[in-house]
Design a protein around this ligand. Sequence first.
Ligand SMILES: Cc1cc2nc3c(=O)[nH]c(=O)nc-3n(C[C@H](O)[C@H](O)[C@H](O)COP(=O)(O)O)c2cc1C
Length: 330
Amino acid sequence: MLQIGNIKMKNQVVLAPMAGVCNPAFRLIAKEFGSGLVCAEMISDKAILHENERSMQMLYVDEREKPLSLQIFGGSKDSIVAATHVVDEQTNADIIDINMGCPVPKVTKCDAGAHWLLDPDKIYDMVNAVVRNVQKPVTVKMRTGWDEDHIYVLENAHAVEAAGGEAVSVHGRTRYQMYEGLSDWDLLRQVKEAVNIPVIGNGDVNTPQDARQLLDTTGVDGVMIGRAALGNPWMLYRTVKYLEDGSLPPEPTPKEKVDVCMLHMDRLIDLKGEKIAVHEMRKHAGWYLKGLRGGGKVRGKINELNHRDDVADVMYQFAEELEGAAAVTS
Ligand SMILES: Cc1cc2nc3c(=O)[nH]c(=O)nc-3n(C[C@H](O)[C@H](O)[C@H](O)COP(=O)(O)O)c2cc1C
């Protein structure tokens, strides 16, 4: 089973950190759908140190989400050390993760995110300083490298291990690839062979069968799922079950999708208020509706709504229409 430091997960399925997505509302759903570990969206070290209100709210962890990993990004050792100290002392997160994967220029030009991947010695130095300053286990999430000429994933994973990091998650793409091309699972296998700390594999796990294949072909200790879980926490539940006993629970009905989408929205409203939550839920509703016939039209309607009850009306009416149509054809 997946264990990071003294934190034991109940299975190998990990919800990937996703900015704008992995707040307590979605994380709790992911947990209820069985994820062994949920990861929070990245938080800026500097914003924590400046006590930026929004970022401080992002440090909130509901007891029911645990075990949970909070992720920090930053470009300098000193500010990461100071921010992780705050996370260590003031939050009930179980694990502190450091982002070395974010590819966006706004982040990398400040030496943060994937920029770290260019220098294993710097990684060692920073991770070691963090580890010495906190009690919670420290992990790193990285890509394979900066670009195809700078693939230092083995050196970088070694650096994390030598510095006292307790696990490493690897997304099998370079920073240059962004989200294009395939995740290189063979590199994940090489990382697993190269280090003794747990390795979590990530990238292109789109089905429960992919998760099984990733674990079997690379030997990694956990499987991290990102985009496939957007609007689809059933992917997490079905993967947990498939890895457990080879069974594949049925896909959700339209009504079940809408029920969970509305639960998600109601939790987001509790966190952020109706106005912000309804706006943020537009993208999630689109993901929940993906694959349903006529979903695109409904998405268009939802994008114009500002109140929770109006969204609920449109969504439930759509689910009823679909289920009515299915009853007629069956
Ligand atoms: C919307 C979105 C936001 C993301 N935000 C983060 C983040 O905050 N921290 C991080 O380490 N990775 C982030 N990622 C990358 C994912 O964690 C993951 O590595 C990537 O999506 C590949 O996995 P997948 O193929 O399962 O989606 C993000 C990805 C997406 C799609």
